[in-house]
Ligand binder design. Sequence first.
Ligand code: SME
Length: 284
Amino acid sequence: MNKEHIFDKKDNYNLIDDFISTRERLNKIVMDRADIVIKRFYSLDSQTYREGVLKSKVKEMLGLVSSLVLRCDDCIKYHLNQCFNENISTSEIVEVMSVGLVVGGSIVIPHLRRAFEFWTALEKDRFDKIIISIKEKIEDINLNSNILDKEKKEEILNFVCKICSEKIPYYNWFGFYLTSDKDDNILELGPFLGEPTEHVRIPFGKGICGQAAEKKETFIVNDISEEANYLACSLKVKSELVTPIIRNGKVLGEIDIDSHFLNSFSDMDKDFNEELAKLIEPFI
Ligand code: SME
């Protein structure tokens, strides 16, 4: 299912902004009236989630499970937002939601729907913001007429590697393979961020990268242990997404992403990377 059809951009922003701004506004009203009991309770609440023996990330996940079981939508949204800011990956959140559902039972389901809607909005917002930054970078690069095309290409590819690796917690290896100038059927390793890889040259058809190049379409493997035609880079990798960069039917290269989590990639990741590929294509 294409998430573009589920989410209208405007609704998406309203969902997050409305929640955050309403919460802030109401907290101001509470603090205006608060006595020592209310103030101390508020302070205790924030102290509880600070890094302790348990990491903040773990505490936020516990908060999310409790909120699901207690069926408090505002609390669920709050902890989802905190989990997002703690760089918790989507596949981790799915498992947290499963625990909440099983402990709370089927009465949690309506809250689970809204929880997934909110999480999806957070993800969509992050993808949209990254695309905006990349478009701004492209404008900057194009305004600078003093640099060579080769330098422009390096700059944009490195920028995309950096922003995607930094902003998306489950993009654990992010890089480019570019079609060789000498052989149209070979992919050569380009700029990347993550652990070094031995796969510096990949023939079309081989591995996930080679298959995506041959089929000229995005390949998502959400569990690499089930993919026979796979070139292993690191034992940590659990899932992979590859999107070809195409001009006039010719594969110029591709975006390759490895994730250390199972089931990392959704249709939103596919849409995002296909948009990235289109933005990058003129530079290759
Ligand atoms: N796993 C890829 C090879 C490239 S590394 O992930 C960086 C594949 O199967 O094509």
